[in-house]
Design a protein around this ligand. Structure first.
Ligand SMILES: NC(=O)c1ccc[n+]([C@@H]2O[C@H](COP(=O)([O-])OP(=O)(O)OC[C@H]3O[C@@H](n4cnc5c(N)ncnc54)[C@H](O)[C@@H]3O)[C@@H](O)[C@H]2O)c1
Ligand SMILES: C[C@@H](O)[C@H](N)C(=O)O
Length: 405
């Protein structure tokens, strides 16, 4: 005899957390699709469990249907009651931006696919969705964020959600909400649930009265953008929570990050990504910054490795909780010349955007990062020539793949 259950019937069945589902009973019922996924998870856990204890029945997970978010997460990640190893369980907010997908890949390689949950308020592309756990999370929704942290047994939180410098100047209200109110939610939840929390800061946390060449770790910070003001606020709040409540807060001031397979999200340094795509596709590029605008920059692989390194660093090696990290500094003209060594016909023209130029002029030309090198062994691998080689190779290969498909 076979029983076919509808979704509500399945919910009822699983809601009774004390019920024991025997394997023979399961063989006679056909569950709805979502519940089949849950049962598969339970069976996997039971097989592991049976291997050690010899039991052959499965206890339904308590309260499994009490929340749709929790249920969705169970469908895609192991239940919190069966952590597969001692690895941290990591949540990345704002993970669909320029940096999040790459960091997710690196952290999954290090800690296991199911231990890293990517989240954002946008719908992920198919290849991201199918690559590991993804969940909707709006950092402005405190309750939803806390529920995700608790239900998934999160121990580390990487907070990437942000509104970047140029977009922030065009929508100050949104930047205040996401970059300040959102950060408060993150710090409060991280403190309440004893999480390790990583919040990136930026060269944008310095301003025109900061020393510019190079900007040291500790100096005057009076940024002129809402993005920069929010990042100084994040640095200070994180350090305050660390000293006041013992929060394990870790922060790196990133330079402008350059990546081949992810697009920048509306910052002032975006030109340094766009230029490579233009060089490969059309052989010409119109730059919105002046040719002599020198800014600190870094290849994404170095940035993500630095992030993993500070996340893993033993607390006693971190006398400071906010570090500069640096790799190279260049102007649009320097970058053009380096690209022209490979693509001699590449042409760049300049059409300066006054908003982004004013932002860039208020930022440092270089960062001083000796504390990171001394305290936790930071070392960059990519200088300008290696960056250009890597970017041109990746962008060209990416283009060929797109054309081939
Ligand atoms: N990319 C860089 O050059 C650079 C340099 C310095 C610092 N940073 C910092 O690194 C972090 C990641 O940068 P990025 O370049 O990937 O940013 P991005 O702008 O590309 O992505 C930010 C993500 O945040 C998400 N987001 C916006 N509002 C949200 C909300 N309410 N809830 C949840 N998510 C929300 C967006 O959907 C987006 O996917 C940011 O904090 C940024 O300030 C980046
Ligand atoms: C520098 C960094 O914070 C970001 N890329 C921006 O330009 O806004």
């Amino acid at each position: 005899m076979v029983y076919i259950l509808s979704q509500p019937q399945c919910f009822k069945l699983f809601k009774r957390s004390t019920v024991h589902l025997s394997l023979s009973l399961l063989m006679h019922i056909v569950l709805c699709r979502r519940c089949m996924m849950l049962v598969a998870q339970l069976l996997r856990g039971a097989v592991r469990h049976a291997g050690s204890s010899g039991q052959s029945s499965i206890t339904a997970v308590r309260g499994v249907s009490s929340s749709s978010h929790r249920f969705a997460a169970f469908g895609r990640t192991p239940p919190p009651s069966c952590p597969d190893t001692d690895h941290p369980k990591i949540l990345i907010t704002g993970g669909l931006g320029q940096l999040g997908v790459g960091l997710t890949k690196l952290l999954r390689e290090q800690f296991g696919k199911n231990n890293v949950i990517l989240s954002d308020i946008r719908k992920p592309p198919n290849h991201v969705y199918h690559n590991g756990p993804f969940i909707f999370s709006d950092i402005l929704d405190f309750k939803n964020l806390e529920e995700i942290v608790v239900n998934n047994n999160i121990s580390w939180l990487v907070h990437y959600s942000a509104v970047l410098s140029a977009v922030g100047e065009s929508n100050v209200t949104l930047a205040k909400e996401v970059n300040i109110t959102g950060l408060h939610n993150i710090l409060d939840i991280a403190t309440k649930h004893a999480l390790r929390v990583f919040v990136p800061s930026t060269i944008g946390a310095f301003g025109p009265s900061s020393p510019r060449d190079p900007a040291p770790e500790l100096c005057v910070q009076r940024p002129r953008t809402i993005y920069g003001v929010a990042k100084v606020h994040a640095e200070l709040m994180g350090e305050y929570y660390h000293h006041r409540y013992g929060l394990d807060f870790r922060c790196l001031r990133y330079p402008g990050i350059i990546s081949a397979d992810s697009q920048p999200g509306g910052g002032t340094t975006d030109y340094a990504v766009q230029i490579f795509h233009a060089a490969v596709k059309s052989g010409c590029f119109e730059c919105y910054l002046r040719r002599d605008t020198r800014l600190p920059m870094m290849y994404i692989d170095d940035c993500l490795r630095a992030t993993l390194e500070i996340l893993e660093a033993p607390a006693e090696t971190l006398p400071s909780r906010t570090y500069n990290i640096s790799a190279m500094s260049f102007t649009p003209h320097d970058l053009t010349q380096e690209i022209q060594k490979v693509l001699p016909d590449f042409q760049v023209t300049y059409n300066v955007d006054p908003v982004r130029q004013a932002i860039a002029d208020s930022w440092p030309m270089a960062l001083e990062d000796s504390a990171a090198r001394r305290d936790w062994g930071w070392k960059h691998e990519y200088d300008l020539s290696e960056l250009v080689q890597a970017m041109l190779t990746h962008v060209t290969t990416g283009n060929q793949l797109v054309q081939a498909n």
